[in-house]
Design a protein around this ligand. Structure first.
Ligand code: DQA
Length: 149
């Protein structure tokens, strides 16, 4: 069974109320419930952490390394555009990860078009609101299916 950790950064606990035009109208709990259903159906062990604090996100990535997590689905939120520390943690643990954004970051303000993660990610899913997490998990599952490679 593959182990996948979903990590969500600052302000994503406010999904549903926060700028629904950018981020969709679903809460984080709703998005995660749907994702958990998909994971269970596909025999994937799924864990989730949301934090507003950069240090807690770095700690979660380091812990994932010790826990032998196979893949990470990461929405660094505001830290996407600033966090050398979180990038370094991902490089240190060498866990393949997919970067997810609910909004289409490449169509927004110039500072959001800079990501400290995209060049070291397996890939980036952006602009599909909460569905992006399902797409990321599907991509991971496809990569673990020997018949597809
Ligand atoms: C976000 C995009 C970031 O620019 C923003 O700071 C977020 C959410 C997204 O999912 O679209 O908090 O990562």
């Amino acid at each position: 069974m593959i182990k996948v950790l979903v990590i969500n950064g600052p302000n994503l606990n406010l999904l549903g109320q926060r700028e629904p035009g950018q981020y969709g109208s679903r809460s984080l709990a709703d998005i995660l419930q749907e994702l958990q259903g998909f994971a269970t159906a596909c025999d994937v062990e799924l864990e989730h952490l949301q934090s507003n604090s950069e240090g807690a996100l770095v700690d979660a990535v380091q812990q994932a390394g010790r826990d032998k997590v196979d893949y990470i689905i990461l929405n660094p939120a505001g830290y996407t555009h600033t966090s050398v520390a979180l990038r370094d943690a991902l490089l240190a643990v060498e866990i393949p990860f997919i970067e997810v954004h609910l909004s289409a970051v490449s169509a927004r303000e110039p500072f959001r078009q800079v990501t400290y993660f995209a060049d070291i990610a397996m890939g980036v899913v952006s602009g599909f609101h909460g569905e992006g997490y399902l797409l990321a998990l599907q991509a991971i599952i496809n990569r673990t299916d020997p018949e597809r490679e």
